[in-house]
Design a protein around this ligand. Structure first.
Ligand code: SF4
Length: 323
């Protein structure tokens, strides 16, 4: 690990004033410290934002406002989350290990970097780590890589569980700009597709801070999170599905589906949601939804198994959510 300065911020203003080019914010540090040890990230200064009072979960009218440094463990265990947004609680508990969830934060989870093994190996070309250097994954060993939203420059998978649930729940991210103003950014559009700039993963500009995530009232009371992975715990998703559905008179009146393990960003496809809405549940409908979801998929050797797997997981999740 390379030497770096450390500054513990007194407040948000102090944190952003102290952020200089080449710095990084740190809260839980569960991903950042690994990347620093491997010299994939080499910030010259760490600005610690873990003690700024951003660790509260507050009622917000009909929804919740979750501070950026609320830990994954506290969020998963919150009785309000468990009762009204169980898909979020289940997604959180499906991620990492108990020790990591005790440190990992809500804001940090949204910024978790890909687990593409070549990204973590500074001796290999990687457009995300070193723009313009190439992509060792193409032509290399593929498994935990994306089949949706890929580009000729990068097919790194978005690794998180929590963001998949947040997409299905229409969460909104509060971002404090460097001018001190706060803006609201829907989950949709927060993560950027790799295109020809895979190093730019979100809409955050340097020095901008996530301060909270807002959860609106849930639009569906039938919530399911299912994650298929190589082992039962402490593994990233091969395919995961977060479903938030409502049924009225045997008809699906609301459908919102988030997908993990498939996309370069936490995936949601409005056409799939629309296909399911105002329809009666059936095996044929669920198959049609899977076909629609995967219409633009670009499988390669090593990731082609994800297509039939996604089809089966989606069908199982929809069956469970509508039974
Ligand atoms: Fe880097 Fe993306 Fe290629 Fe992985 S897939 S080596 S992260 S450019």
């Amino acid at each position: 690990m390379r030497p770096f300065d450390y500054h513990r911020a007194r407040d948000l203003q102090d944190a952003q004033t102290d952020y200089v080019s080449g710095a990084a914010f740190i809260a839980g540090g569960t991903n950042l410290l690994d990347l620093m040890k491997l010299q994939v990230m080499t910030p010259e200064r760490l600005v610690d934002i873990s003690r700024l009072g951003l660790d509260r979960i507050e009622d917000d009218g009909d929804g919740l406002r979750i501070g950026a440094t609320v830990t994954n463990s506290d969020l998963a265990a919150d009785p309000r989350v468990r009762r009204r947004w169980p898909v979020l609680s289940r997604a959180l508990l499906a991620g990492a290990s108990g020790q990591l969830r005790n440190k990992a934060t809500t804001g940090g989870n949204l910024l978790q970097r890909t687990r593409c093994p070549y990204f973590y190996d500074p001796d290999t070309p990687c457009n995300k780590r070193d723009p313009g250097s190439g992509c060792a994954a193409m032509g290399g060993e593929l498994r935990n890589h994306a089949v949706l939203g890929t580009s000729a420059h990068c097919l790194a998978l978005s690794p998180g569980d929590m963001p998949v649930a947040l997409r299905a729940l229409d969460a909104v991210i509060e971002i404090r700009g460097t001018d001190g103003r706060t803006r609201a950014q829907p989950m949709e559009g927060f993560h950027r597709l790799p295109g020809d700039t895979p190093e730019r993963e979100t809409v955050l500009d340097p020095g901008e801070l996530i301060t909270a995530v807002r959860l609106p009232a849930p639009r569906g009371d039938r919530q399911v999170y299912r994650k298929v992975r190589d082992r039962a715990s402490y593994a990233f998703a091969l395919v995961s599905v977060a479903a938030v559905l409502r049924l009225e008179g045997g008809v699906i009146s609301h459908a919102a589906l988030g997908f993990g393990g498939l996309g370069t960003v936490p995936w949601r496809d409005p056409e799939v949601d629309a296909l399911l809405t105002a329809e009666r549940p059936s095996a044929a409908l669920f198959d049609e939804a899977a076909t629609l979801l995967l219409r633009g998929a670009e499988p390669r050797e090593g990731t082609a198994f994800k297509l039939p797997l996604a089809r089966r997981v989606l069908r199982a999740v929809l069956e469970e959510a509508t039974q």
